[in-house]
Design a protein around this ligand. Structure first.
Ligand SMILES: Cc1cc2nc3c(=O)[nH]c(=O)nc-3n(C[C@H](O)[C@H](O)[C@H](O)COP(=O)(O)O)c2cc1C
Length: 171
């Protein structure tokens, strides 16, 4: 466990991972963190998750999203629009879940990456096909890859603060 400030400030996009596996326990914690996110309507959260550990599937997925290549585990976030109350808010609901998951990964000493899927039609089609999402209400949103950081990648502070973006009272 890391303190909240450290988690938020040191989270980085980790695109390469060591061979070390991620425990089922940690994956569950990350899924729980995702489901703790705010949603546009309590009880009508659209999120569903596919946990992928199978090497063959990960290899196929890495042909669609190359950064999956070295990840021991990937989680596909699927928006089930049928579950949603506000039909236009699902991207925001899914994004809130994704960010919570990335932060929990840092908290557990892991690295994570948001691999974009939606709204790129080609990528969405390819991912939908690979995971048998053959219902138009099931939308592949993004893939969170997880693992222990390798190469030049590490969770470390990078200052992204920009005072010019802040406005008080009026633009
Ligand atoms: C919607 C979204 C889609 C992204 N898709 C990808 C992706 O497909 N591949 C990738 O390497 N990084 C992807 N990223 C990660 C960003 O490149 C990364 O967050 C950004 O460069 C800032 O770096 P940081 O996460 O270390 O702060 C995505 C991030 C977001 C929010």
């Amino acid at each position: 466990m890391v303190d909240f400030e450290t988690v938020v400030n040191t989270r980085r996009s980790i695109r390469e991972y060591t061979d070390k596996d991620v425990s089922d326990e940690d994956v569950l914690k990350i899924l729980k963190a995702g489901m703790q996110a705010p949603g546009s309507r309590l009880g009508a959260e659209p999120w569903e998750f596919i946990v992928i550990r199978d090497k063959n599937t990960l290899s196929k997925l890495s042909q669609i999203k190359p950064r999956v290549k070295t990840a021991p585990v990937a989680i596909l976030l699927v928006a089930n629009i049928e579950r949603a109350f506000y039909k236009l808010h699902w991207q925001q609901d899914m994004s809130a879940a994704a960010e919570n998951m990335l932060l929990e990964a840092v908290n557990l000493g892991l690295g994570g990456l948001w691999n974009g899927v939606s709204p790129t039609e080609k990528t969405m089609d390819e991912v939908a096909k690979l995971f048998d999402l053959d219902n138009e209400n099931l939308i592949p949103f993004c893939i969170i890859t997880l693992g222990y950081p390798a190469g030049d990648y590490e969770n470390k502070f990078m200052d992204k603060f920009d005072e010019e973006r802040i406005h008080y009272e009026k633009y």
